[in-house]
Design a protein around this ligand. Structure first.
Ligand code: ADP
Ligand code: LRH
Length: 492
């Protein structure tokens, strides 16, 4: 099987990559074939600038990566995952109507409150299990109500499904990602007729006919039909990047995960959703995972805060070396300044150092004076938020947590890993960096029958461990919790 190569396309909010994988002696051996930036673009629409994804640029990155891989390898399948919630609309001819809008665009400001008058938040949570985020697809659609595009649309495709449609001509809605729309019934794992009906009032239209059939991960969607690309099956993977990232966690037993990139998705894997009032209050989400599982987690603002600071400083004309900045922040007094990273004030792009300084001042914390202090404040605050989220997950789901797996680009941040172990009092196992690609590839291999019979989700985690064990780093919790308890008390 050395020659049998699966190709994963993984688009994160900050970059995209095409990663090849082949099986060798019970391991998935991976190679990053092509990596490209993901840079949103603001474009005028009538009275204001709207933040869009550069979706054709991303598609072009995918084509380049697949071509490069096919030149050197025997490609047998393809799978696509991207960030959640965002979508494209197609007209009756199958043409894309406008560029997909970025979930950080301000069009959803104040929209959820309006939707809740038609669909009470309690009822929405009971049916969908989905956390409240202002950018959930349901609120984006409500923001677009009455637009020419929505009136003309015949199909709504989430980003991975749109890219898959361009590759194969087949339109589906993969379940894990569909679970982030606010339109899916978490128990039935299908579109909720009840919500669609109630939404008619809010939108003045019936969304039902726009929604394609829901498919579960592992389904072969169709065959790639693009000049110059191999004619291989497109396999539905956990097309929500976080779903694939969780498959790629090399965990066993009572583990929690932190999928740490632009966002930090902090939680546990469950067999059944937790739909209690307390869970809704805690803003925990029950997103669908592969094999009927539930990803019970909270969105923590993540390395977005750091990315945006770095971007701002670099735009001011300075060369920023992340490794150096992190080394300097290591020298800063611990827990000097902490802020609530989950404040929605941090969601939008731009002006991040100023917004962080303002949040510190408002919380009565010493305002960071240097870049190193700013970076340290972000990392201390993130570790504190991880600790809060993991304790809440454990309480709400009544589950023990004995180890944390921190995966994604953030697993390269040694200071963050160490702080997370200190704050939580739990060992942190960092890596793999590309857990999302790994989870994507494993689901393809299983769908093609190459993993043999009977490999369940536990088996996929074991394969992830076998594949990644050489790149894992373990951080033991050291020191007392007292400083962290005090910092948490300050934030409250
Ligand atoms: P996404 O999928 O959301 O685009 P990634 O999983 O690719 O995110 O993670 C990107 C983040 O990983 C960056 O914002 C950066 O903070 C962190 N990162 C990447 N490489 C390093 C590194 N060498 N040292 C520290 N942090 C890193
Ligand atoms: C992470 C992610 C996360 C969503 C957000 C929109 O990339 O998919 O799980 O909440 O982006």
């Amino acid at each position: 099987t050395v020659n049998r190569t699966y190709l994963s396309v993984d688009l994160g909010a900050s970059s995209g990559r095409v990663v090849a994988g082949h099986l060798d002696d019970g391991r998935m051996v991976t190679e990053v074939i092509h990596r490209f930036d993901n840079v949103p673009v603001a474009v005028r629409e009538g009275g204001r600038e709207v933040l869009h994804w550069n979706v054709l640029r991303l598609y072009e990155g995918i084509l380049t990566g697949v071509r490069l891989a096919a030149r050197r390898r025997n490609v047998v399948s393809l799978g696509i995952d991207t960030w959640a919630v965002d979508y494209g609309l197609l007209d009756a001819d199958g043409a894309l109507l406008g560029n997909p809008v970025h979930y950080r665009d301000s069009r959803t400001d104040g929209v959820a409150a309006e939707v809740f008058t038609h669909l009470p938040a309690e009822m929405l949570y009971e049916r969908t299990g989905l956390q409240y985020q202002p950018f959930n697809t349901i609120f984006q659609l409500a923001a677009a109500a009455g637009s020419a595009q929505l009136a003309t649309a015949r199909r709504l495709l989430l980003l991975p499904d749109l890219l898959g449609y361009w590759l194969t001509g087949v339109a589906v809605a993969e379940a894990t990602n569909a679970s982030t729309t606010g339109l899916l019934d978490v128990a039935a794992r299908g579109w909720s007729a009840e919500i669609l009906l109630a939404l008619r009032g809010a939108l003045g239209m019936d969304l039902g006919p726009l929604l394609p059939p829901v498919v579960e991960p592992g389904t072969q969607i169709g065959t790639v039909d693009v000049a110059g690309l191999p004619e291989v099956p497109l396999v539905a993977v956990g097309s929500h990047d976080t779903a694939s990232a969780v498959v790629g966690v090399p965990g066993d037993g009572d583990f929690a995960y932190i999928s740490c990139g632009t966002w930090s998705l902090v939680g546990i894997e469950l067999a059944e959703p937790v739909l209690s009032e307390a869970s809704r209050d805690g803003n925990f989400t029950n997103e669908l995972g592969v094999d009927g599982s539930v990803r019970y987690l909270r969105n923590v603002m993540g390395l977005w805060l750091l990315q945006e600071c770095v971007r701002e400083w670099a735009e001011a004309g300075e060369e920023i070396d992340l490794a150096e900045l992190l080394a300097q922040s290591e020298e800063v007094t611990a827990l000097r300044c902490v802020v609530d990273v989950d404040d929605s004030a941090f969601l939008a792009p731009g002006g991040m150092p100023e917004r962080l300084a303002q949040a510190a001042a408002e919380a009565g914390e010493p305002v960071p004076r240097t870049r190193a202090e700013m970076v340290r404040a972000i990392l201390d605050s993130l570790a504190l938020a991880y600790r809060r989220a993991l304790r809440a997950a454990s309480d709400l789901a009544e589950r023990e947590i004995s180890v944390i797996h921190l995966v994604g680009g953030g697993s390269r941040n040694e200071l963050l890993c160490r702080l997370t172990a200190e704050a939580t009092g739990l060992p942190v196992i960092a890596g793999p960096v590309e857990s999302t690609a790994l989870g994507n590839l494993l689901v393809q291999a299983r769908s093609l029958g190459d993993l043999g019979e009977g490999v369940d989700l536990t088996g996929l985690h074991r394969l992830a461990l076998a594949s990644a064990h050489q790149e894992l780093t373990r951080y033991e919790p050291r020191g007392g919790r007292a400083d962290w308890d005090a910092a948490e008390a300050r934030l409250r």
